[in-house]
Design a protein around this ligand. Sequence first.
Ligand SMILES: NC(=O)c1ccc[n+]([C@@H]2O[C@H](COP(=O)([O-])OP(=O)(O)OC[C@H]3O[C@@H](n4cnc5c(N)ncnc54)[C@H](O)[C@@H]3O)[C@@H](O)[C@H]2O)c1
Length: 439
Amino acid sequence: MKILKSKIKNKTAQTAVIGLGYVGLPLSVEIANSGYNVTGIDIDQEKVERLNKGESYVLDVGDEKLDKILDNGKFKATTDYTQIADCDAISICVPTPLRKTKDPDTTFIISVVDKLIEYMTVDTLIILESTTYPGTTEELIQNRLEEELGFKAGEDFYLCFSPERVDPGNKVYGTHNTPKVIGGTTPEGLELAQDFYGSFLEEIVPVSCTNVAETVKLLENTFRSVNIALVNEMAMMCERMGIDVWEVIDAAATKPFGFMPFYPGPGIGGHCIPLDPTYLSWKAKTYDFYNKFIDLASDINGNMPRFTVNKVADILNEVKKPINGSKILLLGIAYKADIDDLRESPGLELYRLLESKGAEVDYYDPYVDSFDNAGEIVKGIDLDEDIIKDYDLSVLATNHSNFEYKWLAENADLILDTRNAFTGIEKEHIYKLGAPLNN
Ligand SMILES: NC(=O)c1ccc[n+]([C@@H]2O[C@H](COP(=O)([O-])OP(=O)(O)OC[C@H]3O[C@@H](n4cnc5c(N)ncnc54)[C@H](O)[C@@H]3O)[C@@H](O)[C@H]2O)c1
């Protein structure tokens, strides 16, 4: 432990980040920028080649940031797992999706552990960053390393969980200045991880064990999911009662204490909010505990695309048109503003639902060139005055800040604004989700 501690202190520790996606790549940049050598390991050969050429595919990591750490020799990407044998500190950032049955799919973590068993040497610090249910770090990593390698945690290797809290597209908080929660399976592990992460991040928040650290992340994302569900339910209720939910939320948000605004929308997306709470409720069920809030929130949020499509039908009905045969344009298809991430995006669900009802659907999204719709590649369209006038209805699904809202309001026929993005542009043909039709 002493040797590893001193390698961390003088930044001669060889480090690895496994999984170079939205989480792993920004983390690699932070570690490399602080002076460590970073080996980025990914199974995707194409990603590895792009990174080594200085081409970033993560919006928050510009090519110039990547070039800098490549040029000074602090970073290299590889698919070669044998490099683990030379590494002192390894962060794991692989995906943790759900299976079709909505059970956690931990196969990505398990396959990394298989490789650790093959190549890892003694005196290595391992930090799992992938979001997962409480108990994973001990059950899937520590137990296997101890059983299959005969290593002992706290003596031969050191193991921690530290949830990644990155908010893609956030211009204020990134990997560097978002406080980092860390829990170790042993006090030695926590101490080393605090030394390591504390040497390149602004603030470390140590907690007593990995189970707590794992649950912290799931509480954070469950909190968001439940609060978004609450305002989504409010939006549906307000529509029925002829009230504008956006005005209600804005006024409520003036309360300086005890209220935090959340906003409704056409559904939730991304790799985190729709999935993570299910990791918690799945584990809780093994203890005969049933999380009612999680299931209710997932039910309400999951129904928002259908609620949005019903609103589309109501708006078209005002001009005596059916969805079937109408030309509908989705403005934005990424799951949230100013990013290119399509994972679990409600925009995709809107596309499929409207198409299944016979609409002719296109999308415009400056961040997304194309997407795979069950094997068929759908390309986004370009917009001009003639093209936009061709659509019976445009649905603002993602409130990208580079959309020209005034121009859209002036040129589109009917508009359904699901994000309150046309605030201040009062036009009769703009309808809002969560507000009455005659708003
Ligand atoms: N995206 C976010 O905003 C976010 C935020 C916080 C936490 N997380 C969590 O972080 C984890 C990673 O998410 P992400 O968004 O970075 O995913 P991602 O899909 O963007 O990246 C994961 C990377 O891991 C690689 N990979 C898969 N299996 C591998 C293996 N066996 N060995 C090496 N590389 C492998 C993939 O090729 C991919 O490049 C997930 O658990 C997620 O829940 C994500």
